[in-house]
Write a protein that binds this ligand. Structure first.
Ligand SMILES: Cc1ncc(COP(=O)(O)O)c(C=O)c1O
Length: 429
């Protein structure tokens, strides 16, 4: 009997009732081929599909599950909250508790607002930046993803200083023209944009740990440069910490690199697996939001009690168990083992804290433009053979892997050996 018979049957039904059979495109396995696998349950570091197969999970729901699956503290917090009611559409205590916790972990944040996704957090932060500076243009970097709002689904045109061009159907060129796109880790490009359009730029937005197009780690000095130039021209610096927040350090990349942005956006870990996004910054900017100020932003389920209970339980667990330090130590060991196993091959294991990226090229990239597209074909084989070996990697060459507190040293050591074996076999032919 085929290993994924039930998954195949479900997918056959899904494509008749859901667009593309999915609710988020990468889940369709288009980049790696084969049938998407329907998961039934998760426990700790493992996920189990509807056909009874078990996988060591390195996707972690794309980042939120820093505590692995079904952490008892998180589940109990959700259960308790649900038993009191799922949503009131009023203020409630969890929003105060979680906001206070975030402020303690991220002292650069004075005021916050909760939303339901990273996309919403970024979209709202940019609206706020535009209102605060009374300017329209923003600078983003090629290779950084900030959710799917119109003016951020924009890629670079040709040339160093470019107006964005829509990278998705349905985005008017008129919207994209306010987004200027620069390569990452390129001081000249950003300087050139500021020289030309300095007085029109509301904000520079960057993933301080760019983790949506491989893992394109930036030198600390580059983030420092962005801090300086935005100050010089009166633009805001926005750190999109949807992936790095509460992951690379308690205070995210802001703490890790010691550079303070004006506005910060959060998602993923802050919801512990339920839909939460947040954005925050100094009071003089945040108080422009309605009801105090003229910038409208709202949400029926924003700051939902269940979602915030899950986020709060997650952050409390991380804090109480010294998890960031442990995660860093175990992730480093895993990466070292993997590196040892693939020594001599044109493969690069890039890592920061509990995030890693298996890059199928020898050179370390700090810009999207430096990624060799041929590596993606090799990754397809790696993904499928890993799956066969009981390891679930993200179904795309450009996505990173996440390690959770539930991945044991033994899990990681076996996985490093298996993955290295598979990678080696890809270079034998
Ligand atoms: C850095 C970054 N910003 C924003 C988003 C959008 O978040 P969401 O998918 O919750 O809308 C993502 C999602 O992957 C992300 O990685």
């Amino acid at each position: 009997m085929p290993k994924n018979r039930k998954s195949q049957q479900l997918y056959d039904r899904a494509i008749r009732c859901l667009s593309g059979g999915v609710n988020s495109p990468v889940r369709a396995f288009k980049a790696v081929g084969g049938t998407p696998i329907y998961m039934e349950r998760g426990e700790g570091a493992y996920i189990y599909d509807v056909d009874g197969n078990k996988y060591l999970d390195f996707c972690g729901s794309w980042g939120p599950l820093i505590l692995g699956h079904a952490n008892p503290n998180v589940i109990n917090a959700i259960k308790h909250t649900a038993s009191l009611g799922t949503s009131f559409g009023t203020v409630h205590e969890n929003e105060v508790f979680l906001a206070e916790k975030i402020k303690r972990l991220c002292p650069h944040i004075e005021l916050l607002r909760f939303v339901s996704s990273g996309t919403e957090a970024v979209m709202s932060a940019i609206r706020l930046a535009r209102a605060y500076t009374k300017r329209d243009k923003i600078i983003k970097f090629s290779g950084c993803y900030h959710g799917h709002s119109d003016y951020l689904l924009v890629s670079a045109g040709s040339g160093l200083v470019t107006f964005g061009i829509p990278s998705s159907g349905g985005v008017p060129e008129d919207f994209a023209k306010h987004t200027l796109v620069a390569p990452l880790n390129d001081i000249d490009a950003v300087e050139e944009i500021f020289v030309k359009y300095g007085k029109e730029i509301a904000a520079v937005i960057i993933e301080p740990v760019p983790a949506n197009n491989g893992l394109l780690l930036q030198p600390q000095s580059y983030l420092g440069f962005l801090r300086e130039i935005t100050k010089q021209y009166g633009a805001l610096l926005i750190f999109d910490e949807v992936i790095s927040g509460f992951r690379v350090a308690p205070g995210g990349a802001t703490e890790y690199y010691g550079i303070k942005p004006d506005l910060t956006t959060y998602g993923k870990v802050v919801g512990g697996g339920l839909p939460v996004g947040a954005f925050g910054g100094p009071a003089d900017i945040m108080n422009l939001l309605a009801p105090l100020g003229p910038v409208y932003q709202a949400g029926t389920l924003s700051g939902n009690p269940l979602a915030l209970a899950s986020g709060l339980a997650t952050l409390e667990y991380l804090e109480q168990n010294d998890s960031w330090r442990k995660l860093e130590r175990e992730s480093r060991e895993f990466v070292q083992n993997l590196r040892k196993g693939v020594k001599g091959l044109p493969v690069n294991i890039i890592t920061i804290a509990s995030i890693f990226w298996i890059s199928m090229q020898a050179e370390t990239a700090t810009r999207a433009e430096e990624i060799d597209a041929e590596g993606a074909a090799k990754y397809t084989s790696l993904f499928n053979q890993a799956l066969e070996a009981g390891i679930y990697l993200a179904p795309s060459a450009y996505e990173v892997g996440f390690i959770s507190t539930e991945h044991t040293r033994e899990d990681l050591s076996i996985a490093a050996e298996k993955l290295a074996g598979i990678i080696k076999s890809l270079y034998l032919v």
